[in-house]
Structure formats: structure tokens, C-alpha cells
Design a protein around this ligand. Structure first.
Ligand code: PLP
Length: 444
């Protein structure tokens, strides 16, 4: 049995190059992080060899005593990391990632074509919350369920809760989804909960028959939630989903938390567990569950809490510096791990800036901003602080990052305005910022 470099030099060399890229670049993608060596050891272990369909104690395969022990440990650590009472909250740690976790919830509690409301993708929501364009139902969620997105108030960059309330009163969704991929502020959970009660009891007066569930997809901020540096969605939501590889800093995976008491007549525990398996998945990825257990143990440490506090402070320092440099930052700042910069006042778009910064090993992503005319030309960039905070960066370094980004933006603007006869490098930069290859119809 050979090690990777001997058994497959080609793959080994690609991994080496990617490792070097990760090591050398400024990693500012808000949904990424560097997990620990201990997590990677568990993910790369013999746990990947085992089939274990079903739940601990109720498996469809033999030989699962240790896998049962592992999954139960992971469940217990997950509930502890989020300060949940085992009598009130249950968990499924088997979802393969964030999008499957969300779809599993939908199929657990909804019938096909039931109505849902999530934050619109161009306003910061996620594809799996039901994105569709006027021409096309893009995600499986919008194909199999009827989606009516809510949006931000474009003048403030904050969720327009008044409009959400009005629309929901007419649309009567069965599920309202909080959570986002590009929203720099906290969600107002009490407000979202209150609306649901209002609609059921006072407006329609048809009680439980048309009740809506409230779910939070805390994928981006789950590390911040665990460390209590942002509002706690568990106080108000019936179901909470998350990925495990973003601010939580674990392996790539997903989790679903659910209330143990029935909600709107539905036993969430059996509905969600059955939706995960056999509904939509087969064997759990036990190596991921092993890595997740390691990550969740760490999530209870004082060091983890200090890290999450630093993530938010760093992000604030970055946002403040960008504002000082004259940038328009959506919502005026940040309360979490990301900043959304609106580049349209400068006459450029996010795709061009992303490309130029990539050439300087600064990795971030173009992002639509409220008011964009077309999703094809996103007017902003999203910048996240979790990964570089893991690498030890503090406020001072994040201020320097803002200055680097500023330089990249200036180069993009200059390159766009270049006339012919300039140097080869300038010509090349001009080619980069004027090319159509920057325009993709990728929507996430
Ligand atoms: N939910 C939110 C809010 C996200 O931002 C993402 C991914 O970025 C997901 C779900 C989907 O996670 P995955 O890419 O693991 O399917």
C-alpha cells in the first residue's frame, strides 16, 4: 500500500499546488476557512470505509458499534456547542452539505408546491432558499416548491421586514427562511416570529391549518452563533440548518437542528430524520462526521470564542477602513464576518476587480448588490474575515488588506481607461478588465 505521492504523483502534485496557493494567497472568500490538522486527520481516516445507513442503534449494516459511538458523540457535541437542551432539541449530523440539508428540511415538512419565502439571491440569499429568475426556476427548491422571495430595503441595505410581513400575509407561505450568503447584518428573529403568529391568529383566523414554520440557515455564521457573538436563532426558530465548513471551521458537511416537541402538528424529529435517510441520502459520510465531532469539541473552547470575536473585530476594521477610503459598503458596515462593497459608484463591477485581485493572489468573490440591473454583471465584491483570522491576522492586517484591495480597484479603474500604445503589462490588464469572459451566468 503506497502513499499518495507514490501511488498517484499526478493528483499528489495538484494537491501540492493547491496547498501552496492556499498558503500564499490572501483568502477572503466569506464562506471559506482553514480547518485544523486534527479535523483533516479524521476526514482522511478509515472512517471513510464504512457503510452505516440509518441512525445509531438502528443501522441497515453490521459492524457499526464504533460508528454509532462516533455519531452519538458528534450529536452530543453539536447540541453542547450551540448550548441546546437535549430534551428540547434534536439533531441530524448526516447531511452531506448545506444545500442537501435545506432540501431535506423542505421535503420533511412541506408537500410538493407548498409555498416558501427566503431572501432573494441578488439581495444576499442562497440558491437553495428558492431562487428563480423571470425566465427560469433555477434551484431545485424553486422547481419543487413555490417560492416568493423577500428582499432588502435598497435605501438601507437591511431586510425589509414590513414588506416581508405584507407579502407573507397575502402569499401565506408554509415556511419562512432566515439566513443568507451575503448579508452583513443580523436577522431580526423576534420580528420574523411575530409576523408568523400575527398571520395565523389574527388575520386569517384559521389557526394551525395554514401555519408557517420558521427556519434559520445559519451556514455562514454558525461559528459566530456557537460563540454567542451574534443573535441566537434557536430562541425563535423551529429548525436551524448549517454547513460545517464556513465560520465553524470544520470539514465540509451539514447539520439540521430541530425542535423535539411537535410544531404545527408535525413531529419534526421523525420527519427530518426520514427525509435525510431514506428520503434523500444513503450512507452517511462517517469520515466527515468524525471531523465534525473534532471541530465541535474545539467549538466549546475559550480559544474558539476568542477566534470568533476576532473574526468580527477584524471585519469591522476592514469595513471602517474601506469607508474611510470612500467606498460604499452595503448597510453602512457589518455586524458579522463579511463586508459587501458596492463598486457601482466607481463605474466598475465586481467581476473585473475579482480578476485583477486574483492576479495579485487576493482571493475574494464578485457579488450582486441591492439594485443591480443584471445578475450577469454583479456590482460589488464580498469580503470575509474568517480564513485570514484563522491564519492569525488581527485588525492591523485587515486594515492593510483594505489598502491592498483599494490598490487593486485603482488598477482596475486605470486599466479600463487605458489608451493603446501603453506598456505590455498595461495592455494585458486592459485586456483582462475588458474581456467578456468575466461575464458568467453563475448565480451563486
Ligand atoms: N446556505 C447558505 C446560507 C450558504 O451560504 C451556502 C453556501 O454557500 C449553503 C447553504 C450551501 O452549502 P453547500 O455549498 O455546502 O451546499
Amino acid at each position: 500500500d503506497h502513499g499518495l505521492s507514490e501511488a498517484d504523483p499526478e493528483v499528489s502534485s495538484i494537491i501540492k499546488k493547491e496547498k501552496e496557493r492556499q498558503f500564499k494567497s490572501l483568502e477572503l472568500i466569506a464562506s471559506e476557512n482553514f480547518t485544523s490538522r486534527a479535523v483533516m486527520e479524521a476526514v482522511g481516516s478509515c472512517l471513510t470505509n464504512k457503510y452505516s445507513e440509518g441512525l445509531p442503534g438502528k443501522r441497515y449494516y453490521g459492524g457499526n458499534y464504533y460508528i454509532d459511538e462516533l455519531e452519538i458523540l458528534c450529536q452530543k457535541r453539536a447540541l453542547a456547542a450551540f448550548h441546546l437542551d437535549e430534551k428540547k432539541w434534536g439533531i441530524n449530523v448526516q447531511p452531506l452539505s448545506g444545500s442537501p440539508a435545506n432540501f431535506e428540511v423542505y421535503t420533511a415538512i412541506l408537500n410538493p408546491h407548498d409555498r416558501i419565502m427566503g431572501l432573494d439571491l441578488p439581495h444576499g440569499g442562497h440558491l437553495s432558499h428558492g431562487f428563480m429568475t423571470p425566465k427560469r426556476r433555477v434551484s431545485g427548491t424553486s422547481i419543487y416548491f413555490e417560492s416568493m422571495p423577500y428582499r432588502l430595503d435598497e435605501s438601507t441595505g437591511l431586510v425589509d421586514y414590513d414588506m416581508l410581513e405584507k407579502t407573507a400575509t397575502l402569499f401565506r407561505p408554509k415556511l419562512i427562511i432566515a439566513g443568507a450568503s451575503a448579508y452583513p447584518r443580523d436577522f431580526d428573529y423576534p420580528r420574523m416570529r411575530k409576523h408568523i403568529t400575527y398571520r395565523i391568529d389574527t388575520f386569517w383566523k384559521i389557526a394551525d391549518a395554514v401555519g408557517a414554520f420558521l427556519m434559520m440557515d445559519m451556514a455562514h455564521i454558525s461559528g459566530l452563533v456557537a460563540a454567542s457573538v451574534v443573535a441566537n436563532p434557536f430562541e425563535y426558530c423551529d429548525i436551524v440548518t448549517t454547513t460545517t465548513h464556513k465560520s465553524l471551521r470544520g470539514p465540509r458537511g451539514g447539520m439540521i437542528f430541530f425542535k423535539k416537541d411537535p410544531v404545527l402538528g408535525v413531529d419534526l424529529e421523525s420527519a427530518i430524520n426520514n427525509a435525510v435517510f431514506p428520503g434523500l441520502q444513503g450512507g452517511p459520510h462517517n469520515h466527515t462526521i468524525g471531523g465534525l465531532a473534532v471541530c465541535l469539541k474545539h467549538a466549546e473552547s475559550p480559544e474558539f470564542k476568542a477566534y470568533q470575536n476576532q473574526v468580527v473585530s477584524n471585519c469591522r476594521a476592514l469595513a471602517n477602513r474601506l469607508v474611510e477610503l470612500g467606498y460604499t459598503v452595503v448597510s453602512g458596515g457589518t455586524d458579522n464576518h463579511l463586508v459587501l462593497v458596492d463598486l457601482r459608484p466607481l463605474g466598475i463591477d465586481g467581476a473585473r476587480v475579482e480578476k485583477i485581485l486574483d492576479m495579485a493572489s487576493i482571493t475574494l468573490n464578485k457579488n450582486s448588490v441591492p439594485g443591480d440591473k443584471s445578475a450577469l454583471v454583479p456590482g460589488g465584491i464580498r469580503i470575509g474575515s474568517p480564513a485570514m483570522t484563522t491564519r492569525g491576522f488581527k485588525e492591523k492586517e485587515f486594515i492593510a488588506i483594505a489598502d491592498f484591495i483599494h490598490e487593486g480597484v485603482q488598477i482596475t479603474i486605470d486599466a479600463k481607461g487605458l489608451v493603446s500604445g501603453s506598456s505590455k503589462l498595461q495592455e494585458f490588464l486592459k485586456f483582462v478588465v475588458s474581456s467578456d469572459f468575466l461575464l458568467t451566468d453563475k448565480v451563486s
